[in-house]
Design a protein around this ligand. Sequence first.
Ligand SMILES: Nc1ncnc2c1ncn2[C@@H]1O[C@H](COP(=O)(O)OP(=O)(O)OP(=O)(O)O)[C@@H](O)[C@H]1O
Length: 780
Amino acid sequence: MASNLHRNGAQRGSAKFDRPLKPRPRASSPSPGSGFRRPNSATRNDAVPGRVRVAVRLRPRNAEEEMADADFGDCVELQPELKRLKLRRNNWDSDTFEFDEVLTQSASQKRVYEVVAKPVVESVLDGYNGTVMAYGQTGTGKTFTLGQLGEGDTSSRGIMVRSMEDILADLSPATDSVTVSYLQLYMETLQDLLNPANDNIPIVEDPRTGDVSLPGATLVDIRDQQSFLELLRIGEANRVAANTKMNTESSRSHAMLTVHIKRSVVESEDIVSTSQNGDVSHLIKPSKPLVRKSKLVVVDLAGSERVHKSGSEGLMLEEAKSINLSLSSLGKCINALAENNAHVPFRDSKLTRMLRDSFGGTARTSLIVTIGPSPRHRGETSSTILFGQRAMKVENMLKIKEEFDYKSLSRKLEIQLDKLIAENERQQKSFEDDIEKINLEAQCRIMEAERKFANEFEKEKLKCQMEYMGIVKELEQKLVLNQDRHDCHADNGEGPAQSSADEVAELKMLLETESNRRKAAEEEVARLKWQLEKYTQPEEGGCFEITKLHNLLEDEAHQKKKLEEEIIILRSQLLQSNYEIEQMRRCLEGGSSGSTFSATDSSVTQVRHSQFKDAANGQKSPVATLFEQVGLQKILSLLESDDANVRIHAVKVVANLAAEEANQKRIVEAGGLTSLLMLLRRYEDETVRRVAAGAIANLAMNEANQELIMAEGGITLLSMAASDAEDPQTLRMVAGAIANLCGNGRYQGLTRNCKMWTSRCSFPSCTRNCQFCKMRVSSF
Ligand SMILES: Nc1ncnc2c1ncn2[C@@H]1O[C@H](COP(=O)(O)OP(=O)(O)OP(=O)(O)O)[C@@H](O)[C@H]1O
């Protein structure tokens, strides 16, 4: 909490009511933040003395006095311009008293408010506590001065109503608040005038600050003057009053109206200068929200009375005693304070406990003492005047109470947070919109790419299919034609040499064309792949589409593989037919010098004469061409194809290649021998086993290969193939392989013991009496 102070101004005993040193902001332009000034921060923690200001007000003679005192003059003579009051002792002598303000019987309610209460109200609006209190004999006009509502006549409005008017005009409803409580102290009981059932309100004093609070009192928010007037009416109705000889409407209680004010204050921005290496820079410290809490207490004391004059008895007597007792306590405290006594008996009564802050505390206090003119009450008037005189000696220490406004700060931060959240949401929305836009664009591009790709792909596929179908058809026709020619030549005993050569040349051309087309197709696929990558690269969101395209590509590759396999089959068929034509041609020429083990060989011999022989004449054989165009590795890989048809053709091609000595080393190095043995071991198809055995037989002519065959269990596999064989041709091939192995003396013992000879061979010269062998194997 920060305290602030405001110099009250006037000197002790000054005849003038002091006013705030600084001008107040105009009520017409209240500004909670900026219009509310704060004193220099250098004096913030100090308090300044502020003497209790006292004004005296004389009531005009009432009807009773007009009659009773008709022959007498007033007991007081006022000199308002000198702020003096003369109290007559007798006709020739008087005592003179000075007050801060002297208000004659003709002083208007407005003037009374402006000189007595307005300075206090302004101080309260500046953040100080303030008290306006009326003290005087019963019936002298305390309630008239403070509590007149002025309903019939607005000029008669008392201090309470006028104070609230000024307060409401000065505050900002948006940031400031006004709450009111209204209590009465009746016979030492503190009762809520706004809720009379609440009649045991405790008085709590803060031992540290001396602040007095009345927890439990009803606090009503005041938004406008009407609601305040309504509240005063309720309080008035609940206040205890009685008809006494002195006053038909005598208040029998002390009434206390407390107006609590909370104002938001924005501390001015401090400019801090810093110096680094002679460079001076100015930093502006951000303002921090503060709240000032102040209260205006308006106390309408019950009137002092001489019971023998007021004629009180019974309850009224008790009330009068209680009133006088509490007023006497107040007087004692005022005396003690006026004389600067160390002890002030505040605790003697509830009234003095409640007014602790107003006398000797931190409040700015203004006391109006009311007197009557009647010489019959001179004693009471004198007593009132002396009370006022002593009160003028009481010095208060005025302080502003400021607190850090956590509520306001939290409100500010909440508003800031709301703004940030809104901004963040706006940005998020715009970001999402952008993403959606990009996604849409990407999807359009992907769809376009897909469409293009599908079109291209479809076209290309159709083209390839047409081409391949054409080629296949062409080859089939060629085959049929060749077959017919072959049959025809065989029947006529004519040499088909020339026509076969033409056919071969034509087929070679077809093959080349086919190869070129395949290359072109591969290039097209590669181009499409590249295009697809290009389309899909910029968009990560197109994963699904990419996967789809990948799958299409894979399908395409698979198709291509199948087509390639088909080409190889066709080639091998072509090769086969060429070879047969060649064989036929040689037979017809009668110049055949022997044969070797080939896929279609019908004789078994160790003498190898290759169809590749044509190479010696500078002309490549179809097999050699195939070998070059397709590649050995590719051919060998087809041995493991899932398609049985492909496997058969592949093994035939390998067997034909193996018939040429020059290829044998390459076949073995490329793993061909192992693949052939694997075919013996794995495949149940007898044709495959037969052709594989033929190929092995050719490879077994080489000594190095013989060792390899033996090492890989070839002899066992061959014997197993022989034992499972149904077709004598298979046995012949196996026998040929074994015969070639037997050429190597190291393995003769092994081959002789093989199962084939002991159980199956029926060759006439076979000493082993084989059952199925129908041929002569020279090594036997
Ligand atoms: N300045 C004034 N001008 C005209 N009439 C006044 C003035 N002061 C008081 N009166 C009238 O005097 C009568 C008594 O006034 P009021 O009730 O205010 O006295 P009081 O001091 O409050 O008395 P109590 O202490 O018994 O409550 C009322 O009728 C009131 O209208």
